[in-house]
Design a protein around this ligand. Structure first.
Ligand SMILES: [Zn+2]
Length: 382
């Protein structure tokens, strides 16, 4: 009898909300209690554990499980943090099971996948299959906000690892490619005055209007440009606009935030500059202020015929009968590991459509399949 469901319920009950840069605190915030639980579980099955401090009270946990006859290691990675629980319509940490689903914050993203890794390790520790790979399980902090946990992991990877599998909700598809991203701000300046005499000032919100229309045109042009066989076109979206202080004041400044999704091979700084030149050509003399990017992240592009992809595809086929490599538009820890030289794919139970939702859930049946997939891929990777 697999222990994957009880493990997943325990993980959901231990809240590990990422503050996401907000000044919130309390018993549900931070990964510390979950790290301690993971450490106790992994020591209990005979793994060697070590912590990688990332920030005060926030440690990655790296657990090595090996036995006589085990070969090269594979990394199985999952992040410890979840998004906040604001607006949830179910009890976030009760880990209720109803209608074949486990409900709660993190059930899908990504404590279900984490439970499948732990249950697979428990089985491997008991069976000690000869010729299988050793396992390095890595549980990182701060994936949902800053990727600081995986960047620390990438700098301290153990030697002799064949490849990494990053658990995220992929419905057990093998994700070999995902987009990267870059985000930056653009500002228009005007001159404030009383709205009863608008001609005394310059309205910065009006000045933003042609910028938005030009960016919409630019976003359309990206769709016509080069595309990736699994990822399609790059995209651009304006997600935030801020301008003005009150309805009776002509606004003196207006600011937007831009999200650009990158294809493999695209350089974040080049993407920002390309967009800047497009704006400057069409809006000369507009006095736009274009800030440098505040965050960027490279795309993932692991060849479908690489050892990492082939091994994972074979493991999923063994459990589910079929599997093809796929691409997804969202980012994961995998691109940071690949950038550090460790080939990586993304593979886990659950559907990204249920991640971060008001009634987050995961299919219980998929948890068991994920456990079987992880066991198989460790056996095949040896
Ligand atoms: Zn996730």
């Amino acid at each position: 009898m697999s222990s994957v469901l009880p493990i997943a319920r325990d993980l959901v009950r231990i809240a590990s909300v990422n503050p996401m840069g907000r000044a919130i605190d309390g018993p549900s915030v931070g990964e510390e209690r979950l790290t301690a639980w993971l450490e106790a579980f992994l020591l209990g099955i005979g793994a060697r554990c070590r912590r990688q401090p990332v920030a005060p009270g926030r440690d990655n946990l790296v657990a090595e499980l090996s036995w006589s006859g085990a070969g090269r290691a594979v990394v199985l990675e999952a992040h410890q943090d979840t998004v906040p629980v604001d607006g949830m319509t179910i009890p976030p940490f009760d880990a209720e099971v109803r209608g074949g689903r486990l409900y709660g914050r993190g059930a899908c993203d990504v404590k279900g996948g984490m439970a499948a890794i732990l249950a697979a390790m428990e089985r491997l520790a008991a069976e000690k299959p000869r010729g299988a790979a050793a396992v390095v399980a890595a549980f990182t902090v701060d994936e949902e906000s800053g990727f600081t946990g995986v960047r620390t992991l990438a700098r301290q990877l153990p030697a002799g690892v064949a490849f990494a599998v990053v658990a995220e909700p992929t419905r057990l598809d093998v994700v070999v490619a995902h987009k990267g991203l870059v985000r930056w701000r653009v500002r228009t300046r005007g001159r404030s005055c009383h709205s009863a005499r608008p001609s005394d000032g310059v309205n910065a919100v009006y000045r933003m209007a042609p910028v938005l229309a030009t960016l919409e045109e630019y976003a359309g042009s990206l769709m016509q440009g080069p595309s990736h066989p699994l990822l399609g076109s790059p995209t651009l979206s304006v997600g935030v606009i801020r301008g003005g202080t009150s309805v009776n004041t002509v606004p003196g400044s207006c600011e937007i935030e831009i999200d650009r999704r990158l294809l493999p091979g695209e350089d974040p700084a080049f993407a920002v500059d390309h967009c800047r030149r497009f704006l400057m050509e069409r809006l000369p003399g507009s006095g736009l202020e274009i800030e440098p990017a505040w965050i960027s992240d490279l795309a993932l592009d692991t060849p479908p015929d690489s050892e990492a992809a082939r091994t994972c595809l074979a493991a999923v086929r063994k459990v589910r009968g079929s599997s093809d490599p796929v691409g997804v538009p969202y980012g994961t820890d995998a691109s940071k590991l690949a950038e550090a030289g460790l080939p990586a794919v993304v593979l886990g139970p659950g559907d990204i459509a249920q991640a971060h939702t008001a009634d987050e859930w995961i299919e219980v049946a998929e948890l068991g399949q994920a456990e079987a997939v992880f066991v198989e891929l460790v056996k095949l990777a040896g």
